[in-house]
Structures are given as C-alpha cells and as structure tokens.
Design a protein around this ligand. Structure first.
Ligand code: PLP
Length: 633
C-alpha cells in the first residue's frame, strides 16, 4: 500500500481504494453508523480464517501444546493492546471483557461490595450503561458540564458529606455517543488532585468511558499519574471485529477489586466447599482475579490480527483522527448550509461545530420543514434505508444527552412514556416535538462521497424549494370555516395494513371515524409466525412497496406488490383478502402469541390461507409470517 496519500486537511484519498478492496460489504451502501459499529476489512477476516485453520488453540488451563499456545498469545496480545493506548504494563492491567458495558459492571460489582458502598457522580452526557450504575450506589448525582466545573473548583455534589469513609465513583464519557462532544481527559487528574486536598478526605475513583472516543481517535495513557483509574472500551468500534472489550485498570487503584465477592472458574487458587467455605483468590495479576470463566480465546487472537491489519491499512489512530475530522467538518458545514427557499434552516444541529470545538466525527440533528414543523425520525430513517443509507435515529442510549439537546423535562419524558413512547419504536414525535435525534457518524473508511451523498439526500427530500401554495381563497367551505382558509383537508390516507403503503380515500366519499380512529386504518398487520410480533417497515423496508386497495364493490382488500417480482418465484403480483370477518378464514388461536403494537398488547387473528400467507412471506423474504387482523377492528 505504501504511505497514505493525504489530500488536504487530513483527508486520505487512498481510503477510497482501501474501501473498494477491503470493504466489499459497503458496495452500494452509504454507511453512516460508525458510532454503532464499524465494518471490518476483508484481509482481517481472511487472515483470521487462516490463523484458525493452521493453529490449534486450546483452553488455557493445561500443559498441552494447544493450551500453552493460547496462554502465550493471550498474554502477548494483552500487552500489545495496552501499548495501543500507550499504557505501560508496569502501571496498568488490561482485563478482557465482552464489551464496554461488561467493563463498567466489573467496576460496579467491586465498588458495591465495599463495606461502605459508594456514592456515584456521572456526567449528563453518559451512555445508558453508565447511568445504570446509579442503581448500585448509596446516592448519586448527575452533573452537567457547568456543575462539573463547580465541583472541580471546590463545591460539593452531595448535600450530606457525613460518611467520609464512603468513596465516590466519578464516571463520564471521553466522547458522547449521541453528538460527538468531547470532554476533557484532564478531569480525572483534576478530581484526583481535589480529593487529595486537606478539605476533602473522601477517596474518588474515576471511570472513563472511552468507547466512542477510541473509534476514531488515539487515547494516550502514557501518564499514569493523570490517567483515569478505570477505562472501558469495545474493540469492535475500532476494528469492526472481534466482539471484545477491555477494562484498563490503573494498578494504583486496583485494590478496589479485593472487595468483589463473586469468583468464577479460573480466578482462584483453591476453593473449599464442603464442611468449610473458603477460597484463595489468585494473587498474581489483577486480570487473573477478574476474568471469570474461559476467555474468548478466538476473539483475542482476532484482536491481534485486527491491530496488524488496521496498522497496515490506516497506519495510526492519529491519521484516522485527521481523516475523520476532515470529513466531520465537511458534513457539519454541508448540513448547516441547507436552507429552505424561505431562508429557514433545514437541520437543527445539536453537535458542536467541529471547526471550533473538540468533537468526534458525529453529527446529531433533526429536520424541520419550511414552516418549522419537525419531520418524523421514522420517516427519515425509512427513506434513508430505501436509499441504501445507514444511519441511527432515536434516543441512541443517551438519555441525559437527548434530554439536554431537545430541552425535555423529566415530566415530559415520563408523559411520553405513558403515552406509549418506548426506546427503539417508531413513535417519535410527541406533542409536536421530537423525542430523539438523527445521528450520522463517520469512521475510518468513510469517504467524501459518503458525506456529499448524505447531504444531497437531505437536500433532495427535505429542502423546500418553493414556498408552499395556500389553497385558492374561493374553495367551497362551510360558511363557518370561511374565515380560516388555512384549514382544509386535501386528502385522507389510511394505512389498512400497518407499516405498508397507504390507501388514498377517494374524494367525495364519506369515511367513518370511530373512537379508535379512521375506519379501515390499521385493520390488518403482518405478524412473525415465530415470535408473534407485528412486522415493521424499519426491519422490512419492502413493506413500503405493498400497496393496499380497498375494493368495496368486490368486498375485498387487494394488495399489490410494486417491487420487482422474480419470474421464477411464480408469485402473483397481487392478492385479495376478503373484507368479511368470517371466522372460518382464521387459523385457530395459539396461546402465548400476542403482539405489541404502539405499546399495546394485542392478539391478532391470523389467516389460515396458505395463499395469503405465502404471498407476504415471499415478498418480504421472511419464511414464517402471517397476515393477521386486529381483534379490536
Ligand atoms: C457504544 C458505547 C457504549 C456501550 O458499548 P457496548 O459495546 O455496547 O458495551 C458505552 N458508551 C459509549 C460512549 C459508547 O459509544
């Protein structure tokens, strides 16, 4: 490959070639969810396969050659992984864990076993996995950046400071997984200095969640005095593979783990369990006491190869940072520049401007139309999916960050919850306001073309070029409505099958409105035969191409598939479902098969006809789905 060709401002033009050769799975996709996970290069998978087929790796607990090979490699890779973060093995130990979350849980597992328990302070931009720690603490406080700075300059986050014995765990993300905002790495050492001051006798441990930062930036732990006590991260976010994480512990603080009560296989030198209950934890390295059970040997081997391949392709994390930083500025500026014809911005951006603030390659935003009305996230995500664009929308596991960005008060979030809003569902605007964000995140192999195509996508679908036309003033309206010409119904669309295309109610016909809504709206749904769950367009975007037509003369619902039908599949391009509710059409009810729709538990009646069910299964490529009818319809 030779040295990377830097085009300008840190952008590596060679990435385009690497992308083509090494990431075949990205062909035809615009992958913008690197904060979720990053794709893995082909040569990593090829080399891994080769390593697995040439060597025999045993469980590292015996003298056999295969076992010894594993033991040796696991140890070498541990040191190499520490080096990746400039961490001296004399000062730090690295514990292999499943992911960043598992690393957090190990720390909490130890701290809650301290005789006094612990108090917990976390920054408001924390990932859900850090927020959950508060449930194990005696008391907890969530601080924003201003309160954080107050704390650093001497004010105290807890009212009652009586239990001076009880240590504090302070956790924060190095980079927010929601909007890419970065927080000073110096906080750990500042807090440590604070707690050594004569006025403050409580011990403070710091936990840095580096999961988002390390995916596109170097993390330098070369100074053990100023480093956080615990650092957690997930390797799949840097290399795409393996699914493995690390907890890096500053040895000076490793005593916290002596309080941990649980012990698992591999962590003890001796256990007595019949007449007496006694055990001796391993007394060597910390990781020997914390790695419960068999290590993920093959994943650890893959990590070694991942580091090799990453270095070969991208040289260093500094270079990755330069490249992604350049793209982030371009993305931010591109989205910011989009304006409707009336001058209003298209995007409300929550991320800091990467030009002026230290931040990761992430842009979090929402879209508004020319009148300032928020566009539904589910709609943006579905359209993006159809265009081969991979983005993340919603609450992105960052409750404090979202509430701050959107100005949501706790009562609003609770009210949204009571009205059926849940993490990970389609229900995304409540009371006219967004409940989540659109997150676009860039990574190592992102290119200028990805950025530009995404900005074009937003422009093409959401920028309004011409001012909206108001209805002509002489439309036939009830006399009482004459004075409010802005209120008129242009058309009514019902969605007879949940998540499929809509049906335009023909003009001039009466349409009944019932207490549950417009008649024939969401009368049917498609349910997964295995789980009984209603299928949604998010998982099955082809549902958008299933077009229902209500034919009252024939008494049937006709469903046409508007996509390409393979001539081999012998699939009819449409199917009819009777409108009548003759019980003979339905399959016998299976117990325990209920679906969740908009937060409500329902048991749909499913059709017995193989013809009907096969039509939908074949179109969507789900071997086991049923057409069902809502019982309350
Ligand atoms: C991804 C992420 C996590 C969680 O990582 P897991 O691999 O799911 O444990 C935690 N914090 C941040 C900032 C993240 O980006």
């Amino acid at each position: 490959m030779g040295s990377l060709n830097i085009q300008h401002n840190g952008y590596h033009a060679d990435v385009e070639k690497i992308r083509e050769e090494e990431y075949p799975m990205l062909k035809d996709s615009i992958y913008l969810d690197h904060a979720g996970t990053t794709p893995y290069p082909k040569s990593l998978m090829d080399r891994f396969a080769q390593e697995m087929t040439t060597n025999l790796f045993g469980n590292p607990h015996s003298a056999s050659a295969s076992s010894q090979l594993s033991t040796q490699r696991i140890q070498d890779i541990r040191l190499r992984a520490l080096q990746f973060f400039n961490a001296d093995p004399a000062d730090f130990d690295l514990v292999y864990v499943a992911n960043a979350t598992a690393g957090i849980k190990l720390v909490v597992d130890a701290m809650r076993c301290l005789p006094t328990g612990f108090d917990y302070v976390y920054h408001q931009a924390s990932h859900t996995s850090l927020v959950g720690v508060r449930e194990e603490a005696q008391s907890s406080a969530c601080l924003d950046t201003r309160q954080m700075e107050d704390w650093l300059s001497g004010s105290y986050p807890f009212d009652n400071n009586e239990d001076a014995e009880r240590p504090i765990l302070f956790a924060y993300p190095a980079q927010s997984n929601m909007d890419g905002r970065r927080f000073p790495l110096s906080w750990s050492s500042q807090i440590r200095r604070q707690c050594q001051s004569p006025t403050n006798k409580r011990k403070i441990y710091t936990l840095l969640d580096a999961a988002a930062l390390v995916s596109s930036s170097p993390l330098d732990l070369s100074n053990a005095q100023t480093a956080p006590d615990f650092v957690v991260l997930s390797f799949y976010k840097i290399f795409g593979f393996p699914n493995l994480g690390a907890l890096i512990v500053r040895k000076e603080s490793q005593d916290v783990f002596s309080s941990r009560r649980y012990f698992g296989g591999g962590t003890v030198d001796m256990v007595v369990c019949l007449k007496e209950q006694w055990h001796a934890p391993k007394d060597g390295f910390l990781h020997e006491r914390l790695e419960d059970g068999t290590l993920p040997i093959h994943s650890i081997i893959a990590l070694d190869i991942a580091m090799d391949v990453h270095a070969k392709l991208f040289e260093s994390m500094e270079r990755v940072a330069g490249h992604t930083g350049f793209l982030a500025r371009r993305l931010y500026q591109g989205l910011k520049a989009l304006r409707h014809a009336n001058g209003e911005p298209v995007c409300a951006i929550y991320s800091p401007d990467p030009e002026t603030e230290d931040s990761g390659p992430v842009v979090a935003f929402n879209i508004r139309n020319a009148q300032g009305i928020w566009i539904s996230l589910a709609e943006v995500e579905k359209l993006a999916t159809l265009k081969g664009i991979h983005i993340r929308t919603g609450g992105v596991c960052n409750p404090g960050g979202i509430a701050t960005a959107l100005g949501l008060e706790p009562w609003e979030m609770k009210q949204n919850f009571s009205s059926g809003f849940r993490c990970g569902t389609d229900n995304d605007t409540m009371g006219g306001n967004p409940t989540g964000i659109i997150r676009v995140s860039l990574g190592t192999m992102s290119t200028i073309a990805d950025v530009d195509r995404f900005v074009q996508f937003v422009e093409e679908f959401y920028r309004e070029d011409t001012p909206p036309t108001l209805p002509p003033p002489e439309t036939k309206l009830e006399p009482s409505l004459r004075n409010t010409p802005e209120l008129f119904i242009k058309s009514i669309v019902v969605y007879p099958i949940k998540s499929c295309a809509g049906f335009h109610v023909p003009p001039g016909i009466d349409w009944e409105v019932r207490s549950e809504g417009l008649v024939w709206d969401r009368e049917w749904c498609l349910v997964h035969r295995g789980s009984g769950q209603a299928l949604s367009q998010k998982r099955y975007p082809l549902m958008a191409l299933l077009r229902p037509n209500l034919d009252f003369t024939r008494g049937e619902l006709q469903v046409t598939y508007a996509g390409d039908v393979s001539p081999l599949s012998r699939l009819p391009s449409s199917i009819s479902v009777p409108l009548s509710k003759n019980p003979k059409m339905y399959a016998p009810k299976k117990s325990g098969m209920s679906s969740r729709v908009c937060g409500e538990e329902i048991t749909p009646q499913t059709y017995a006809s193989a013809q009907i069910n096969d039509f939908f299964s074949t179109v969507l490529g789900v071997p086991t789905n049923d057409a069902g009818r809502f019982p309350f319809a």
